[in-house]
Design a protein around this ligand. Structure first.
Ligand code: UGA
Length: 432
């Protein structure tokens, strides 16, 4: 089959390259951004993602993947088009479907043979049906079009592994024709397949992401209570993790979840629910806890220092989690804004997120090329991301290099006793 993929972000690119690697189909990845397409043609990944560069080179050599910015060429004779473009949130929390509609329109005017359109982007329940009707209303040629839902569950940083080792492939279809095509696409993937209707497939994606966001917010809430009553969240999490009914993942407390998915998907489901006259109280609580959590440490620091005015503050870790260069909805952003508003001199370090940080903060903050230079002579330090490099940092240097050794650790990177031993005033999450 000829499979076109619209969008070369984390989802589209990883899907395209992994499908190409498994063989059996010809893949063509489409993106409006010429620069990205040229990079991909030359075998380079435009995003930072583990194992992706090697796989791009390998599949380019294999020859069953192409990259283009010419959508007409890509869609005219495609059997299938995956839509994997962004669905950013609108100011009211609802999902913005403009990019998806844009691609749907391109498909409608370009497709010259029967085509299955597969929505991989996370979309509100009912969107697949809406897109199908929209494409049909715009069709240039007399062809058959159906839309199927195939939500993805890959996480940034482990996207390639998550695709090859997917715990399940969810397929939302309304006909046997679409089901058979979907099964053919994934014929070389051994992973369990869940076949359901489109609305349920769309709901599975939101229910999963929002459950995980709720789990993280729950742990953050319990962590805050631990601090008050003198318990240790890490021991509590360990004790919980052995219970199969709870599971061991997503029990890590910190300064809140971020990224391009949880914040957006919790708000979108809450919005969808409200607009259907039902209040999703659990998800509302998850969102509220997360908003408060993000500023927890900086607010604690405000009680310790008289003023931030003119003082050097270091921020270690900017990305929303380790192993990605993505800063979208990262807790570091609101913290930096809070400190900038109070006139602090902010010196930041992140192993891979600096370029993206420059796009947000420009010359308002100082970018350092090591942890040492970021903390040198600073009066307080905030840890926002648990990068390995930060966790393995020689903690004696906080005492040695900082003007005042005052560390606020939003990711529990160090042991309290160790920090005490080296003489650092240390605050973390859910531990006393
Ligand atoms: C998430 C889901 O995990 C994927 O399954 C899904 O496909 C993806 O969204 C998506 O919708 O595209 P991602 O946002 O890349 O993936 O990252 P996660 O690893 O899930 O982390 C999300 C946030 O939760 C991060 O800010 C992380 O620091 C935080 N988190 C995670 C915690 O605070 N504690 C934990 O124990 C786990």
């Amino acid at each position: 089959m000829k499979i076109a993929i619209a969008g070369t972000g984390y989802v589209g690119l990883v899907t395209g390259v992994c499908l190409a690697d498994k063989g059996g189909h010809n893949i063509i990845c489409v993106d409006v951004n010429e620069e990205k397409i040229n990079m991909l043609k030359s075998g380079k990944s435009p995003i930072y993602e583990k194992d992706l560069d090697e796989l791009i080179l390998k599949t380019n050599r294999q020859g069953n993947i192409e990259y283009t910015s010419n959508y007409e060429c890509a869609y005219s004779d495609a059997d299938v088009v995956f839509i994997a473009v962004g669905t950013p949130e609108r100011s009211d929390g609802s999902a913005n479907l403009d990019y998806i509609k844009g691609v749907a329109k391109q498909i409608a005017v370009s497709a010259e043979k029967d085509i299955l359109v597969i929505v991989k982007s996370t979309v509100p329940i009912g969107t697949n049906e809406y897109i199908e009707n929209y494409i049909k209303s715009q069709l240039k040629n007399n062809i058959k079009v159906e839309v199927a839902s195939n939500p993805e569950f890959l996480a940034q940083g482990t996207a390639v592994r998550d695709t090859f080792e997917a715990s399940r492939i969810v397929i939302g279809v309304e006909s046997k024709w679409a089901e058979n095509i979907m099964l053919d696409i994934y014929k070389n993937f051994e992973n369990p397949k869940v076949i359901t209707n489109r609305n349920s497939a769309e709901m599975i994606k939101y229910a999963c992401n929002d459950f995980l966001a709720l789990k993280v917010s729950y742990m953050n809430d319990i962590a805050n209570l631990c601090e008050i009553v003198g318990a240790n969240i890490e021991d509590v999490a360990e004790g919980m993790s052995y219970d199969d009914r709870i599971g061991k993942n997503f029990l890590k407390a910190g300064i809140g979840y971020g990224g391009s998915c949880f914040p957006k998907d919790t708000k979108a489901l809450h919005w969808l629910s409200n607009s259907n006259g039902y209040e999703l109280k659990t998800i509302k609580a998850a969102i509220e806890v997360n908003e408060i959590q993000k500023l927890k440490l900086v607010k604690k620091s405000a009680q310790i220092v008289d003023s931030f005015d003119g003082i050097k503050v270091s921020i270690l870790g900017l990305t929303y989690k380790p192993d990605t260069d993505d800063l979208r909805e990262a807790p570091s952003i609101v913290n930096i804004k809070y400190l900038l508003e109070r006139n602090a001199k902010i010196h930041v370090f992140d192993p891979v997120g600096m370029e993206n940080a420059k796009k947000i903060f420009g010359d308002q903050i100082y970018y350092e090329d090591s942890i040492e230079s970021a903390i040198d002579d600073s009066e307080m330090c905030f840890i926002m991301t648990e990068w390995e490099q930060i966790k393995e940092f020689d903690i004696n240097k906080y005492k040695k290099l900082m003007k005042k050794p005052l560390v606020f650790d939003g990711r529990n990177c160090y042991k309290i006793e160790d920090m005490k031993k080296v003489g650092v005033e240390y605050y973390s999450i859910g531990r006393v």
